[in-house]
Design a protein around this ligand. Structure first.
Ligand SMILES: Nc1ncnc2c1ncn2[C@@H]1O[C@H](COP(=O)(O)OP(=O)(O)OP(=O)(O)O)[C@@H](O)[C@H]1O
Length: 371
């Protein structure tokens, strides 16, 4: 029932402006695939091309290898969910869900069964006779989801479906969407600019910038092994250091500008002496007797952990950062620190990310554009 989606060398222009220069992706059947990126990077544009709402200036779109470029939107058998729920206010929940099947002239008994099943899956059966105005935002979004999947679409496309909901409901609804998607097993393309949501919900994520895909990978891989500095800073926080590749007795490593060295067996074959950019997550430092000397500039208590802003010698870190972030898990911390205190940091060698000096490409083994 569900389809794979292929996009080959897609081009999108609005007038003279090229929004997507040349984009290719393969989305597997049954996969939950997220397009993530800053505002204006072309996520919605790409989704609308898949749906058939946008013209295609170049390239090939396919469902299960069958080219769909010339198939109009209403014949692509797509389920869509938007941020504004797009449900009919004058119809009850059940009538809303039935609507797409009635249009398709489905036989009454089969339709009743189909609707009953979907109302169960999406957990809205108890509200089936209510009008949308008597539902909460989350419940309305469940109705929109039920409406989209009841027609057994080839693919489900969702554009920022949770952005109108408050923070708590967003978290509840993202696991509801994920559960329903897995239960129904439908290929889903999901657009968001919320990185936490993308990490929580997706099988794979495509990170986009300026209409160009920066990395396609599973959430864990995107977070731990970003392909470039943009991905490492767009998703989570990354402290960026100047570094130089050095050869030590026990292998190749990276030296920071204060002379601290860290041996890495994860590096690709890089010539010693090469200048690099080093990315380290706030939680990937340990405290040590020696290492990078840091002074607490500020601290923020966040319940489960504490985030320290640390002062370091200026020439160690990339311009644009006035300090670095270090987070200490409260459950593990032996000692907490006050503003003004100093200590030595040791980055965890297996978690350090090393990029070309310009930040364009990872120098860690097995980090690819497409995982
Ligand atoms: N119909 C249009 N005419 C002209 N330019 C457009 C049109 N639709 C989108 N654009 C432009 O294309 C670029 C990509 O827009 P798009 O809506 O795809 O971005 P997005 O990544 O979905 O951003 P957001 O998260 O803000 O929705 C933007 O610069 C936008 O101004």
């Amino acid at each position: 029932m569900s389809n794979s989606i292929g996009v080959k060398n897609a081009v999108k222009r609005f007038g003279d402006v090229t929004v997507i220069p040349d984009l290719s992706i393969e989305i597997k059947n049954g996969e939950f695939f997220t397009l993530l990126g800053p505002s204006g990077c072309g996520k919605t544009t790409l989704l609308r091309m898949i749906a058939g709402f946008n013209s295609i200036e170049g390239g090939e779109f396919s469902f299960d290898e069958k080219v769909i470029n010339e198939i109009p939107a209403h014949k692509r058998n797509i389920g869509m969910v938007f941020q504004n729920y797009a449900i009919f206010p004058h119809l009850t929940v059940r009538q809303n869900v039935e609507y797409g099947l009635k249009i398709r002239k489905m036989e009454k008994k089969a339709m009743e069964k189909r609707v009953d099943d979907i109302l169960d899956v999406v957990k809205i059966k108890e509200y089936q006779d209510r009008l949308p105005e008597h539902l909460s935002g989350g419940q309305q979004q469940r109705v929109a989801l039920a409406r989209a999947i009841v027609i057994h679409p080839n693919v489900l496309l969702m554009d920022e479906p949770l952005s109108n909901l408050d923070a708590k409901l967003r978290i509840e609804m993202r696991s509801a969407i994920r559960d329903v998607q897995k239960q129904v097993g439908i290929t889903t393309v999901y657009v968001t600019h919320d990185q936490e949501e993308a990490l929580a919900i997706s099988d794979r994520i495509a990170v986009m910038k300026g209409g160009i895909i920066q990395q396609v990978d599973a959430p864990e891989k995107i977070y731990t092994r970003p392909y470039n500095v943009f991905v490492s800073t767009f998703i989570g926080h990354s402290n960026l250091f100047h570094g130089i590749v050095v050869k030590e007795e026990d292998g190749i490593g990276v030296q920071f500008m204060d002379g601290t060295k860290t041996c890495l067996n994860t590096l690709t074959d890089v010539t010693p002496g090469t200048k690099v950019t080093v990315g380290i997550r706030p939680e990937e430092f340990g405290l040590s007797e020696t290492g990078i000397l840091a002074r607490v500039k500020n601290k923020t208590f966040l319940g489960r952990y504490i985030v320290y802003e640390l002062d370091l010698p200026e020439d160690m870190i990339l311009p644009g950062q006035s300090s670095i972030e270090f987070s200490q898990d409260l459950g593990q911390a032996e000692k907490l620190y006050e503003v003004g205190e100093t200590f030595f940091l040791r980055p965890n060698p297996s978690k350090i990310n090393v990029f070309t000096e310009d930040g364009e490409k990872s120098l860690i083994k097995d980090v690819r554009w497409d995982g």
